[in-house]
Write a protein that binds this ligand. Structure first.
Ligand code: PMP
Length: 357
């Protein structure tokens, strides 16, 4: 059976191999006679899964030894509160880059806990140059979103901010290409785009940052407590963690994030090249700041957008509409999106443009 391709921003499609493995293992997980969804989180089998997943993630992502890896619930938005609660320490101020929908929300949430300084605010097409950044050397951390999923804006590099720890929201960009985790104080991602399904959020945090949480931090979001308890203070989202484990195995089987990065960059370059050479589609983000995962685009004649979406949908090229706040179209190209599907999308876009231009 030919499956459809989900170009939506998330939850994203899973690789066929992952779905098949879930199917195969669901009835009897590891000879237990029950599925992974029906087994206690404190069983030896599940605790081993958690421990091994951490080990694999450290290797696959290149997480240094002085970082804790924890799995929590509440999604990425939960972390918008949990981060200041856990790592402000005795400081009162935090720096935020506002480059799109998600970092704006994170900065707004943080105002409950800290004095928030906005380092720079992006336009719809670019992030201000380094010379315009207003960094506060007394900030507890500098927060940024490397890839803004809604707006299609990305930082070309991890910002250089001196000695202040950098916090990165990797929700839409984790594991799509190599990244230097030693440059982060904390990095986090909810899993439903590149690491499986909704329900679990991965937090990678330098261990010296987690010793002084606010007393009102909920225990389930207290990194120190969760790190000490193998992320099992309470019942963790077992199925989502299991699927993350499968996704990490799949990433390893593809040759790791290095190999995926090559394919992902090729996929997205094809799409931008096509858009840039077309007068029917346009992307308004300056080349240096374009997302490599979420490609927003407008049609020269936006009135035919509903027709575009309906025809694409009928061809199995699904969920191509832009975020409700920005409109237009958007193609999200996470790890599980095959390169052949990007070719199909471009072919369809070209055919549609010829018929409707
Ligand atoms: N940050 C980014 C970059 C996102 O793309 C999203 C979800 N699209 C979120 C945060 C919010 O994630 P969640 O729904 O898991 O809270």
């Amino acid at each position: 059976m030919q499956r459809a391709f989900n170009f939506g921003a998330g939850p994203a499609m899973l690789p066929v191999e992952a779905i098949q493995r879930i199917q195969d293992e669901l009835f009897d997980w590891k000879g237990t006679g029950v599925s992974v969804t029906e087994i206690g989180h404190r069983t030896q089998q599940f605790q081993e899964l958690l421990t091994n997943l951490q080990i694999k993630l450290r290797k696959v992502l290149g997480i240094p030894d002085n970082y804790k890896v924890v799995f929590v619930t509440g999604g990425a938005q939960g972390q918008f509160d949990a981060i200041p609660m856990n790592i402000l320490g005795d400081k009162k101020q935090a720096d935020y880059f506002v480059t799109g929908t998600w970092s704006k929300k994170a900065a707004d949430f943080a105002k409950k806990h800290a004095e928030v300084n906005i380092v720079a605010t992006a336009s719809k097409s670019a992030i201000p140059a380094v010379s315009e950044w207003k960094l506060n050397p007394d900030a507890a951390y500098v927060y940024y979103c490397p890839n803004e999923t809604v707006d299609g804006i990305a930082f070309p590099d991890i910002p250089e901010v001196g000695n202040v720890p950098v916090v990165a929201d990797l929700t839409s960009s984790i594991a799509y290409a190599p990244m230097d985790y030693s440059k982060f104080g904390l990095a986090f991602a909810s899993a439903q785009k590149n690491l499986g399904i909704a329900g679990v959020t991965l937090v990678v945090v330098r261990e010296d940052l987690i010793n002084n949480p606010k007393p009102y931090t909920p225990n389930v979001w207290n990194y120190k407590v969760q790190a000490e308890q193998n992320s099992s203070l309470n019942t963790p989202p077992t199925f989502a963690i299991y699927v993350m484990d499968i996704m990490v195995d799949w990433i390893i089987a593809q040759g790791g994030v290095e190999a995926l990065g090559v394919i992902n960059k090729r996929k997205v370059a094809k799409l931008y090249d096509y858009i840039d050479n077309s007068s029917f589609y346009l992307n308004h983000v300056e080349k240096a700041y374009r997302s490599e995962l979420n490609v927003p685009f407008n049609l020269a004649n936006n009135e035919v957008l509903p027709k575009f979406l309906a025809e694409a949908n009928a061809k199995g090229l699904k969920y191509l509409s832009g975020h409700i706040t920005v409109g237009g179209g958007r193609a999200s190209l996470y790890n599980a999106m095959p390169e052949s599907a990007v070719d199909l999308l471009i072919e369809f876009m070209d055919d549609f443009a010829k018929r409707n231009g």
